[in-house]
Design a protein around this ligand. Structure first.
Ligand SMILES: [Zn+2]
Length: 269
């Protein structure tokens, strides 16, 4: 399918990049990216992916907009308080770029529905605020062999890693172990978070998705990126695939079938 004159105009500043070009733009328009959570990480990721002309964006969240979300969850405005986050998000994203078809999943992602929801995705962006959802997405995407990126933020700090199952890169469980159920991590409501840190990390997640789809540059695989906005640090720590990892190791099990992934499962980083 050729680009229309309007599309050539809309995407001209990225089509001119040799890494994108007309072919890359068509690839983006034919791609589908799924986004878990329409909170502080999902907001900038969704805006930039829609603006870049990703053809299909599946947005997954069951939560409603609260006043305390607004300082960092920039998809949602004051008038949206008490609305479903999916409803608030689709309104903004449709206004931004009608080329981008938004598919809404207004339900909790669980071990019972995760494979079905994510099965047609070219890339998955994890933007929830809890460990059990991150583990579920890790295990589901490894099962589906779908590349994905996971980020987390707290206070002024954030971290991010991308996993490419078909290349057997280190997964989230290789690094953080076999935690399932319950959630020992501290939440943003307890520890606080500055709005800009998920802004930065959400953009980096979108950048990982675009690089993966276009096959350009380097993905943040086999390493974790640590960002500290108080000290202006961007550090990388090498991590390694664990051959005994229960999710991606040589004798891995289908964890999505095994575990319940209990936890809060709220998607509002
Ligand atoms: Zn692993």
């Amino acid at each position: 399918m050729d680009l229309t004159n309007e599309q050539i105009k809309r995407y001209s500043r990225q089509i001119v990049l040799k890494e994108v070009g007309g072919i890359g733009q068509r690839e983006l328009l034919n791609s589908k990216i799924s986004l878990i959570g329409l909170g502080a990480l999902g907001s900038p990721a969704a805006y930039y992916l829609a603006a870049a002309g990703v053809g299909s964006l599946q947005i997954i969240d069951f939560d409603i907009v609260e006043m305390s979300n607004l300082h960092r969850q920039i998809l949602h405005f004051t008038k949206d308080i008490s609305k479903k986050k999916t409803e608030s998000a689709v309104e903004k994203l449709n206004l931004l770029n009608p080329d981008c078809t938004i598919e809404i999943v207004n339900e909790r992602i669980t071990a019972n529905n995760s494979k079905d929801i994510l099965k047609d995705s070219d890339f998955v962006i994890e933007g929830s605020d809890n460990l059990s959802t991150k583990m579920l997405i890790n295990d589901t995407c490894i099962n589906l062999k779908t590349p994905f990126t996971i980020a987390g933020v707290l206070r002024f700090q954030g971290q991010l890693m991308t996993v490419v199952p078909k290349d057997k890169t280190s997964c989230y469980r290789c690094v953080f172990g076999d935690i399932t159920g319950g959630d020992p991590s501290m939440s943003c409501s307890q520890a606080g978070v500055i709005g800009f840190i998920p802004g930065v990390l959400g953009c980096l997640e979108a950048n990982e998705a675009i690089k993966s789809i276009l096959g350009i540059g380097e993905l943040i695989t086999n390493k974790i990126m640590y960002v500290d906005l108080l000290r202006n640090n961007f550090d990388f720590i090498e991590v390694y695939r664990d051959n005994n990892c229960i999710a991606c190791g040589d004798n891995a099990k289908d964890l999505v079938e095994i575990f319940n992934y209990e936890g809060e499962n709220v998607c509002n980083e």
